[in-house]
Design a protein around this ligand. Structure first.
Ligand code: SF4
Length: 191
């Protein structure tokens, strides 16, 4: 699926000049948008874009959001302390709910500066198959978890609104997930 990376697009309009039938400029937001997948002209726009902001996303992603109540992102503690994880699947521009997983109870040793490895293992076991872990706060175990998942922070509390933010940032998420070996992953902030 072709998408405009909102974090790279500067709104210059070159793509719209080359492909007016399939692309438009969202002037209020300041970035371009794809209206329809006209591959012939969008590929021309892709090559001409000075920001390399038009991307083809083929990845399917499994995304976990930490929550205590199924509606809001856990905000009174870090994501590893969530009661549940809402599991979502991203594919072809759609983000849909798949299942809820219960987080195993584990008494974390909070005196450890870089997090309790036992807690990191417990969190990772319930998140088997997950590509992206989303929370409002990451604990010190981010030093371990970021090697297993893209660790993404969203300030928004409401999960439905957070799903829109995830879709808007899908290029940044995929880029982080596909970092080649030798490049260390970082936690990313989704706006
Ligand atoms: S050419 Fe690239 S940077 Fe310019 S508006 Fe289009 S997508 Fe954005």
């Amino acid at each position: 699926m072709l998408v405009v990376d909102q974090n790279r697009c500067v709104g210059c309009g070159i793509c719209i000049t080359l492909c007016p039938e399939a692309m438009t400029l969202e002037k209020e937001k300041g970035f371009a948008k794809i209206l329809m997948e006209r591959l012939d002209c969008i590929r021309k726009a892709m090559l001409a874009c000075p920001q390399k902001a038009i991307k083809e996303i083929k990845d399917k992603l499994i995304i976990a959001i930490g929550t205590d109540d199924h509606k809001t992102i856990k905000s009174n503690d870090h994501v590893g302390q969530s009661v549940y994880f809402q599991i979502l699947e991203y594919s072809e521009g759609n983000l849909v709910f798949k299942e809820t997983r219960e987080n195993p109870k584990y008494q974390e040793d909070e005196t450890k500066v870089h997090g309790d490895p036992g807690k990191a293992r417990a969190t990772a076991s319930v998140l088997a198959g997950v590509d992206v872990l989303v929370g409002k706060i990451m604990g010190p175990n981010i030093v371990r978890l970021k090697n297993q998942f893209v660790c993404a922070i969203i300030r928004e509390k409401d999960i439905a609104a957070a799903m829109d933010i995830i879709k808007a940032n899908i290029c940044a998420i995929v880029q982080e997930k596909n970092k080649t070996s030798g490049k260390e992953r970082s936690g990313i902030i989704l706006k």
